[in-house]
Design a protein around this ligand. Structure first.
Ligand code: ATP
Ligand code: MG
Length: 185
């Protein structure tokens, strides 16, 4: 799976709609402290289903919405759209909505109304989105997304947590979600 485009609207410091194209090869994001580099990585994790406000460096999930500055009012919603090329990979959580190899997942949160997901124009559940990315060996908790301070966490991790990281990397994390699902039925 290859990320091709990322679009942010009202997400953290990205108050105006901002679109980034990610070309094949290495992409670097440079800028002074506090300009929003980490916010970009958090946007990718968030649209992939991150449910922990703490790991988004916030007190609550609505903290991802632009909070306003002395010259700009706060916004009522935040939206992140992630456009990927699935490279023919099976998009299991979305079999009948997948349009060729292209996948666009959008997550939107509104103040007081929680967040909702769309995948290729169709309403989907958080669980569907988590499965899509877990099967592609990426996703909110994937070791492919390394946040600031994360290296130290890996070194200090308990064996069970380290195993979870390896399972994410191997692309089998989705199997646990399905097993839990099957056990509940
Ligand atoms: P560093 O080089 O120090 O790691 P960075 O480029 O990674 O910096 P970020 O941590 O991504 O910077 O950005 C932090 C900025 O985002 C801060 O200026 C903070 O005020 C702003 N910010 C975070 N959440 C919000 C929000 N909800 N509304 C408005 N601004 C926000
Ligand atoms: Mg940073």
């Amino acid at each position: 799976m290859q990320i091709k485009r990322l679009r942010l609207t009202g997400f953290k410091s990205f108050v105006e709609p901002t679109e980034l194209r990610i070309e094949p090869g290495l992409t670097g994001v440079v800028g002074p402290n506090g300009c929003g580099k980490s916010n970009l990585l958090e946007a990718i994790r968030w649209v992939m289903g991150e449910s922990s406000a703490k790991s988004m460096r916030g007190g609550g999930m609505e903290d991802v919405i632009f909070a306003g500055t002395s010259s700009r009012p706060a916004r009522d919603f935040a939206e992140v759209a992630l456009h990927c090329d699935t490279e023919g990979a099976l998009v299991a959580g979305l079999s009948d909505a997948a349009d060729g190899d292209d996948l666009e997942v959008i997550r939107r949160i509104e103040r007081g109304a929680g967040s909702a997901y769309r995948a290729n124009g169709r309403d989907v559940r958080a669980k569907d989105v988590a499965l899509i990315f877990a099967d592609a060996a990426t996703g909110a908790h994937s070791p492919a997304l390394v946040s600031q301070g994360k290296i130290a966490n890996v070194i200090a991790a308990k064996p069970t947590d380290r195993r979870a990281m390896l399972e994410e990397a191997a692309g089998i994390a989705g199997l646990h979600v399905r097993r839990k699902d099957a056990e509940q039925k």
